[in-house]
Structures are given as C-alpha cells and as structure tokens.
Design a protein around this ligand. Structure first.
Ligand code: AGP
Length: 613
C-alpha cells in the first residue's frame, strides 16, 4: 500500500527520495509526491499515476539548483483510501501555514471530528484526505517545537500511522513516528533515511532501526533520538539488513513475478535447509520452541491469514490433521477478532503472512495473545510487525517478494507448515518410518519445483489457448482444493479474468449452472485419495461443454485422457504435490496475463501489503 521515504544528509535529497519511491512501487499505489526544504520554505511536487510522472513533474517544477542543494525531504506513494487518487489528494500534505509537510501511511479514524474542529477555527482544507487533517493538527499544535507538536497531535489521533514530518522552521530534522504502520530508519554515514519498508533503504545502508508502536524519533543527518509519545527516551537496537539491493531488481526477467517463480527452487531450499532431522524423521524449527512436551500439550491448531497466506493455511490444515492427529482450523484474519474466538492456552495460533504487515492478521495476533493462546508467526519479512508482535515464529527465508502476486511465499509457507506438522506429528502418532519418508519428500521439493519450471514453454503454449475467456473455474479436492483457490486468485489478480475456485464437489450445488460450451475449468487432479472423485467431477463439466485443463501426476494416463489439455507434475506425497501443482498454475496464470498484455507486477487496485482493515 502507501510508501514513505524521508532523507536528511549530504547528497541531493530528491534523487534519493525518487529512487526510494521506485523501490517501493511494488507495494501498489496510484499517486505520488515529494516535499523538499528550499531555504526557509517547503516546496511540494505531486502527480497522479506512476513515480515516473512525479519525477517528470518535479524536474519541470524545480530548478536544477534546487535539486542539487536540497538535502532534506520526504516523499510518498499513495494507495487511495480517503478520496480518489488525484494530485490534490496525494501526499505530502501541508499544514495551514504551509511550513510543515507530512507524509502518512495508515488511517486517522477520527479525522472528521478533528477536521470540523479545525474548520471551526478557520482552517481551510484542500483535499479529502485524513492526512491533511493531521498536517493541520500538527500545525495547530506547533508552538515552536516540531517534536512536541507532533506528540501533541498524535495524542489526539485515533487510528494508525507511520509518518514523516518536516518543517521550514526546523530544517535540520525529520520527525517520524509509528503506530500500526511500519517505519524503518536507515543509519548511514552522515545521512539518515526513513522508509516504510527496508527495500527503499537497502541501496544506502544495511544498518537499520525498526520503530515500535508509539515510538517517535527526531532524525538528523548524524543521529536518531527515539522517545515515546510522552517524551520518555527509549532504546532501539540497530539491526543489520539481510537483503541486498540486487534482490529487489528484476535480474534479466521481464517481470518480478516470473523471476520469483524461477527463484522457487532456491527459496524453497533456503526455507527447508537445516530444518529437517533425517535421523529422527522430524523437523527442527527453533521458532516453535525446543520442548516436544510443550507441543504435546497443545490441543488445537488455528491458522490465520489473508489471501494467498490463507490458502497456505488451508493446505496446512490438511497437514496438521493428517500428520499430527490434531484438530486444525483456518480463520480469515479479518473475521477472527470480531467473532470473539474461543481460545485458550492449549491452542496453537499460527499467524501466516508474507509481509508481516497485514493489518487484519496483526489484529488477529493481538486478539489471540489477549486470550492466552500459544501464538507464533510464519512470516517472510524479517523484523516485520507481526514477527515482532508474536516474538516467536519461523521465518520463510524466501527472499524479498516484490511482485504483488505472491508465488514463492506461498510455496515456502506450505513447505514450512508441512515441517511444522511433521514435528507435531512425531510428538504424537506419526512413526519414525513415516516421518523419514515424508522428510525425504520435503527435501526433494526444490527439485520437484524445478521440473515444473522446466516445462515453462509448454505451459505458455497451453496458456495461449485460454486467453479469450472472461470466466474460469478452478476445482480440486482435499489439499488440492486450496491449490485450486490459489490458482484462481493468481489468474484473476494478474489477468483480470474472472476466476473462481471451488471444491470440486461444490460445483453441482450451484456454480455448474454457469458452464457453457468452452468455459474453462482447471481441474487440479493429482494422485491422492480424492483423485477419482475429482475426475468424476471433471466428466460432469465435460458433459456440459466445458474445456478442461488438468493438473495431473506424470504418467497418469487415466487423468490425461479426460482432459482437453494437461500439465503433468512430478509424483509426490499428496500434501507435497500441492507445491509443484501450484507452481504449474502460477506459470499458467503468468503466461495468460502476459499474452493478454497485462501489467502483471502491479495489477490495478492491488497493494502488496494491506495495512488497513
Ligand atoms: C496474493 O497474490 C496477494 N499478494 C494477497 O492475497 C496476499 O497474500 C494477502 O494480501 C496477504 O498478504 P501477507 O501474506 O503479506 O499477509
């Protein structure tokens, strides 16, 4: 969603800020803006659409001298919430005097009452945004000390924020603060960079400080002074970033999505490496704690997540029940806290999130902790809010995922969930022999995935036959049901074809009414206990004229024969097979979208991490 970059230091701020915004483009946005301090005034450039538009606008608005001399500024990419993505609604927003500029991620929930109060005092607002209200509120509180003004304003705010503020009256500092929306501060040599995401910092420094909720920092070129909102100093460690700048570049691929699909053998190897115990037929996941006894006392697994992460949780549900004989449930994170879930100390709540910033998943974590559950996270982004909020968890080690459409995070999530289920299972009824067999299969996942990637060209040829339909169905049973859901999500988000995933048995309960001659049905029918029944459902679709693309197990001629087209994936344990099967669907969706001329990495209306409810 929205992205923040701030810079104070020794080089020209505009280049650093525009470069940083470009690195945040993957998060999804629809307008952008930048504010620089030009002597004793704040100057702002904004544009709707891409950062490239903003760059053009800034170069025509500002003289080359200003570009060279301004060494402090803030910038933003906006994903519209309050008001359309117009130039006037883009950030930075100014206070009433025009001397204070603010960029903001999050939502000020009480902005209407604050705005009415300020309007009654004579303030005039230019935009429809909640952010402009906060800018005016800071201006209203400013009695000569910007830090204190921001504290006083934030005390009046209900909602979430990650902010950066500059003032023409205090040109040596940026004030930044967070509550529920991340802020990372990059500590360089005579320069400091603020961002909502480390990707914007990594090209400048590897040394970062993550702010905690309700932290506020006075940032200068040489120092970072962090306090709480009551002005009490707090200490935050400097961490080393693990990623390098190259990881956030396309590396010769046409799209980040394709690059990330191709990275999966490596990212899966990283997710699995050192985590299997091939003596005990179990797994070693330090983040789950070291006590088998503690794990044995758990009576239920509850997984929460959204979107792709929710689909990974659904595969995990089959794994926990099959391998560990433990009740396992999945809850959409947005629903979790509002339904007042019944939870206790024997419930094992796993929050699943690539970004570690999804607002609903974070809220679910807080609720589960409140109710005394054993909470941990399964997160990709190191140091993210959910990882820090849970305090206990397992990182995916998938590497940065830039494409909005999640690929490698899903396959790593499923792999780690399989290893977690294996460990729980070995503490229960799963035997050493069974454990060893599964552990070896998990170890082979990177090579299974590589075999599917190697079929890329063939899959592209099949994709070319499915371009012209505006609707598609994905069906599956057992663990292939969430794979069907994930396949449908991939296709709809990047190709804009209306695609729905259904349990194969559910078609007859309504959706089959929509089938017509040539309607695509993508059937995930790999070998496993439910395969024959899925093939039966495929026959029902064929009888109504549907065109069937099957994801089948290599050498399964019975399945091949009922499909119009098929992509075969290597034979594997039915839970493990979910991973090569989904990779086939990722590649299929990618090529459909590419051949339809879609943007792919930044689909319309979507954001990489959804930081609002
Ligand atoms: C899927 O391709 C999307 N990127 C989306 O569904 C995503 O999985 C969801 O928003 C959850 O994000 P998270 O994993 O970062 O929490």
């Amino acid at each position: 969603m929205c992205g923040i970059v701030g810079y104070i230091g020794k080089v020209n701020a505009a280049s650093v800020l525009i470069g940083g915004l470009k690195r945040l483009e993957y998060r999804g946005y629809d307008s952008a803006g930048i504010a620089l301090l030009d002597g004793d005034r704040v100057t702002v450039s904004k544009a709707s659409g891409k950062v490239a538009n903003l760059s053009e606008r800034a170069h025509s608005n500002w003289s080359p001298e200003l570009f060279q001399k301004a060494t402090i500024g803030i910038a933003h990419t906006r994903w519209a919430t309050h008001g359309p993505p117009t130039e006037v609604n883009a950030h930075p927003h100014l206070d009433g005097s025009g001397g204070i500029a603010l960029v903001h991620n999050g939502i000020i929930e009480n902005y209407r009452s604050l705005r009415a109060r300020l309007e009654a005092k004579g303030d005039v607002f230019l935009s429809e945004t909640d952010t402009e209200v906060l800018a005016h509120l800071i201006g209203d509180c400013d009695k000569g000390d910007l830090f204190q003004a921001v504290c006083d304003a934030l005390h009046q705010v209900v909602g979430t924020f990650g902010i950066a503020v500059i003032s023409s009256r205090e040109p040596d500092r940026i004030i930044t603060a967070r509550r529920g929306s991340p802020i990372v501060i990059g500590v360089g040599d005579g320069e400091t960079i603020i961002a909502s995401d480390a990707s914007a910092i990594v090209a400048h420094t590897q040394r970062v400080i993550y702010l905690d909720d309700n932290d506020i920092a006075i940032v200068t070129a040489d120092a970072v002074d962090i306090r709480d909102l009551d002005n009490v100093p707090v200490t935050r460690e400097i961490a080393e970033l693990e990623q390098d700048a190259a990881a956030t570049e396309k590396g010769g691929f046409d799209h980040f999505m394709l690059k990330e699909i191709h990275e999966q053998p490596d990212s899966l190897a990283n997710a699995i490496r050192g985590r299997l115990d091939l003596q005990l037929g179990s797994s070693v996941l330090a983040g789950m704690g070291s006590s088998q006894r503690e794990l044995a006392e758990l009576s239920r697994v509850v997984m929460v997540g959204c979107g792709t992460s929710l689909h990974a949780a659904m595969v995990g549900q089959y794994a926990f029940e099959d391998l560990a004989d433990i009740h396992a449930g999945v809850q959409q994170a947005a629903e979790f806290r509002y339904r007042n879930p019944i939870l206790g100390s024997r419930d094992f709540v796993i929050a699943i999130s690539q970004s570690g910033e999804t607002a609903d998943t974070l809220a679910a974590v807080k609720e589960a902790k409140q109710k005394g559950a054993f909470v941990m996270s399964l997160v990709n982004v190191v140091g993210s809010t959910i990882a820090r909020e849970t305090g206990r968890g397992v990182y995916l080690h998938a590497g940065p995922e830039i494409s909005v459409a999640s690929t490698k995070a899903f396959t790593c999530q499923v792999s780690v969930l399989l290893m977690m289920a294996l460990r729980l299972g070995r503490g229960r009824r799963y035997s050493r022999d069974e454990g060893l067999k599964l552990a070896r299969e998990i170890q082979s996942i990177p090579s299974l995935v590589q075999q599917v990637i190697d079929k890329g060209e063939m899959i592209a040829e099949i994709a070319a036959k499915y371009l012209d339909n505006e609707h598609a169905f994905f069906i599956g049973r057992g663990p292939m049901y969430p794979v069907a859901l994930e396949g449908a999500l991939k296709l709809k988000e990047i190709s804009y074809i209306h695609a729905e995933g259904y349990h194969a048995a559910e078609l007859k309960h309504g959706p089959i009414a929509l089938l017509q001659e040539g309607t695509p049905v993508i059937a995930v029918a790999c070998e496993g206990p439910a395969k024959d029944k899925t093939l039966g459902n495929v026959e029902e679709c064929r009888a109504r004229g549907a065109r069937i693309l099957g994801i089948v197990t290599e050498g399964d001629h019975e399945a091949e024969d009922v499909m119009d087209d098929f992509i075969s994936v290597p034979r594997a344990h039915p839970l493990v097979a979910t991973i090569p099967a989904v990779v086939a669907l990722q590649i299929f969706s990618y090529h459909v979208a590419r051949l339809r001329g879609c943007e792919i990495d930044q689909p319309r209306n979507l954001a990489k991490s959804v930081t609002v409810e």
